[in-house]
Write a protein that binds this ligand. Structure first.
Ligand code: NDP
Ligand code: GDR
Length: 328
């Protein structure tokens, strides 16, 4: 039985990846932090087959202990402070977790692996946010990185550290440069989920408007359930490598608003939107669009869920949640 350890098990991707690996017959371990993590029950209910271990990416010894218990063949490092806006207000914490945390887990895996650097296959959750002020359209594996946020800078550190451990020690370490991916499990702080919930609440008469930041930014949005499949495929390759994972299609936040409001029968949404500098970023990433050709060719990976279907799925899910809560 293949054994896997996932950091970030309480997050959107951790849950989808755990479901995927369990469905493939893996023995799955998840790293959970804190002495009373509020998401513990959610993980236990969603993926009851996962064995939970306590640990934190800032604590090297906790990572070593987790590796010794899990004895994994594959490690997926999904743990991070992942909200870009938050990273300006907590730049050092973001650096410690999202940046240095990668070094900690790479070092833990190296020490755990002893004389066999390929004993464990390692996946690093890199991000399109590393492209920041984009130097090429669309963005591919070779595009120059130009991060625009403390989060993006921390991810660049983790990305290059992963490459460095591969080149220095011969580790089977791969980095997935994933573009935005969403789902009904997305955190409410991210723009798609903020919009899907607010639109559901407006439709049900529970909310009057949505206060937004920059609605002209463009993102290449895919479905998280599709993207975890690409992570797994990377670790099944004979050779470790880096891959862009994206749909190759970009949409503005205005288009996101169009699809979400149309789903509940509202065509003219302008009157429901307020803008507030509070949600504007000190440096914005204006346009992201990925070229997934390498992942298509080498991993045989293709996204299945397109933008409109994704947003409609999220709005429908939030309508159900809000209706249930309002009925209580
Ligand atoms: P989430 O924000 O949903 O999940 C982040 C996870 O990291 C949570 O489980 C969180 O645990 C955990 N975490 C936070 N701090 C620590 C720490 N100090 N030690 C260990 N774990 C910690 O993110 P996603 O699931 O959306 O993303 C997964 C990964 O992929 C992240 O690294 C993210 O940066 C990256 N990524 C995401 C993209 C996306 O569009 N979703 C795109 C590209 C990259 P807790 O619940 O305890 O806070
Ligand atoms: P992003 O996602 O920063 O791309 O990072 P987010 O959904 O937070 O923002 C996308 C774009 O929407 C604009 N925006 C708003 N964003 C939020 N959150 N709230 C608002 O009210 C709002 N109004 C406009 C933003 O300015 C931005 O342009 C996500 C995270 O999952 C990262 O961890 C991951 O690495 C990248 O995607 C790829």
């Amino acid at each position: 039985m293949t054994r896997a350890l996932i950091t970030g098990i309480t997050g959107q991707d951790g849950l989808y990846l755990a479901e995927l690996l369990l469905s493939k017959g893996y023995d799955v371990y998840g790293l959970i932090r804190g002495q009373n993590n509020p998401k513990l029950d959610l993980v236990r209910e969603t993926v009851p087959g996962v064995k939970l271990l306590t640990g934190d990416l800032t604590d090297l010894s906790s990572l070593l202990r987790a590796l010794q218990v899990a004895q994994p063949d594959e490690v997926y490092n999904l743990g991070a402070i992942s909200f870009v806006a938050y990273s300006w207000e907590n730049a050092m914490l973001t650096t410690d977790v999202t940046g240095k945390g990668v070094l900690n887990i790479l070092e833990a895996v190296r020490l755990y692996s002893g004389d066999d650097p390929t004993k464990v296959r390692f996946y690093q959750a890199s991000s399109s946010e590393m492209f920041g002020k984009v130097q090429e359209v669309p963005q591919r594996e070779s595009t120059l990185l130009w991060p625009r946020s403390p989060y993006g800078v921390a991810k660049v550190f983790g990305h290059y550290m992963t490459i460095n451990y591969r080149e220095s020690y011969g580790m089977h370490a791969s980095s997935g440069i994933l573009f935005n991916h969403e789902s009904p499990r997305r955190g409410y702080e991210f723009v798609t989920r903020k919009v899907s919930r607010a639109v559901a609440r407006i439709k049900l008469g529970l909310q009057d408007d949505i206060v937004m930041g920059n609605i002209d930014a463009k993102r290449d949005w895919g479905f998280a359930g599709d993207y975890v499949e690409a992570m797994w495929r990377m670790l099944q390759q004979d050779q470790p490598d880096d891959y862009v994972v994206a749909t190759g299609v970009t949409h503005s936040i205005r288009e996101l608003l169009d699809v979400a409001f149309n789903r509940v029968g509202i065509e003219d949404w302008a009157g429901y939107i307020k803008q507030d500098p509070r949600f504007m970023r000190p440096a914005e990433v204006d346009l992201l669009i990925g070229d997934p050709a390498k992942a298509n060719d080498q991993l045989g990976w293709k996204p299945k869920v397109a933008f409109q279907e994704l947003i409609e799925m999220m709005v429908d899910n939030d309508l159900d949640i809000e209706r249930t809560q309002a009925g209580r």
